[in-house]
Design a protein around this ligand. Structure first.
Ligand code: GZL
Length: 328
């Protein structure tokens, strides 16, 4: 937990002990009562994974700006891709008596104890972006169908190669919902094509730096010269791999076809430059849907277990026009 958060928690705890001796703050009644029952503003705790990719930064910006636009008190925590930091933040949200907890879980497992503490505190949980395995411990998941994203990437590659390719795969964070499901969807499709072979697959942690490093090792391996295609679980790793391919004296997008997922602006720039062939969109702009859902929950309305985001597939051929309309 950052020193700022420790400070904030200490102040909040002190204020709770000295109730009546402090000025009413935002969301408190004149009597200094900041309990959820008396508060005038919705208070939401949001545990975000980190800032590892352009997708993540756009996701954070969408949620922060929507909270500000709606006058919601957002308590934001950046976990720097560490589950233990997310768990600490979730426990702090209970102490801070938030109305709703929003969680983007870095991995799928290991959440049951803290989610049960939150349930026992009577605070609803909304998952954004990624799921956890405990379906009974959250109200809804707002996010993409990662298996379908993997299928879409594979279908494009089959069409682009006529069903014949030597593929390397850059996987996302081990144990993360999108990494598990994008891999599942991709391999489900290429399994139907005997001449589509994945010869190497390794995690690039969803980052450019790691994507470049792993792609470099793929290219330097004995099988390196045989590689004709790359499937990257996100655009940031694909952009790092493009650097490695160029450093090896090869032409990305030509010598090695590249398909990735997210649809961030830098991916469209790479497609306009001819270095990336296809990106499967994964919409990070979840802010409006998230706060509509929070309002429904607090008003006692039912919400579906999965609020699916709508997405497209974009290729190099139309990128020069498409890039004009991108919002992230
Ligand atoms: C997908 C999201 C993934 C993105 C990456 O919903 O969880 O995490 O694909 C990001 O860019 O790091």
């Amino acid at each position: 937990m950052t020193s700022a958060n420790v400070h904030r928690l200490a102040v909040a705890l002190l204020a709770a002990l000295l109730v009546g001796c402090h000025k009413s703050g935002p969301g408190e009644t004149a009597a200094g009562d900041s309990s959820s029952a008396a508060r005038t503003k919705i208070r939401v705790g949001f545990s975000q994974i980190g800032a590892e990719s352009d997708w993540r930064k756009a996701n954070t910006e969408s949620i922060k700006s929507e909270a500000a636009a709606r006058g919601v008190e957002l308590i934001f925590s950046d976990a720097q891709q560490k589950k233990e930091n997310q768990i600490k933040a979730l426990r702090n949200f209970i102490v801070q008596d938030v109305d709703v907890i929003v969680l983007a879980p870095v991995v799928k497992t290991g959440w049951e104890p803290v989610l049960k503490e939150i349930r026992d505190a009577g605070i609803p949980v909304v998952l954004t972006d990624r799921r956890v395995e405990n379906e009974d411990l959250y109200r809804t998941f707002i996010g993409a169908d990662f298996v379908e994203e993997g299928r879409r990437a594979a279908r494009w590659l089959v069409d682009a190669t006529g069903g014949k390719a030597v593929i390397v795969e850059l996987e996302g964070t081990p144990g993360a919902d999108p990494a598990i499901d994008r891999k599942k969807g991709f391999h489900e499709v290429i399994a139907q094509y005997p001449e589509m072979k994945v010869i190497k697959s390794q995690s690039g942690e969803f980052t450019r730096a790691k994507g470049r490093e792993v792609m470099e090792t793929f290219l330097k391996s004995p099988e390196g010269p045989s590689i004709t295609a790359l499937f990257a679980h996100n655009d940031d790793m694909a952009l790092g791999a493009i650097q490695a391919i160029e450093e090896a004296g090869l032409k990305p997008g030509e010598d090695i076809l590249i398909v990735s997922i997210d649809g961030v602006y830098a991916a469209f720039e790479a497609m306009v430059a001819g270095k990336l062939n296809c990106t499967v969109e994964c919409n990070p702009l979840l802010g409006p849907q998230l706060f509509d859902t929070i309002e429904d929950i607090l008003a006692g309305r039912d919400v579906p277990k999965w609020i699916k985001t709508e997405e497209g597939v974009f290729t190099r051929e139309t990128a020069a026009e498409d890039i004009k309309h991108r919002r992230y």
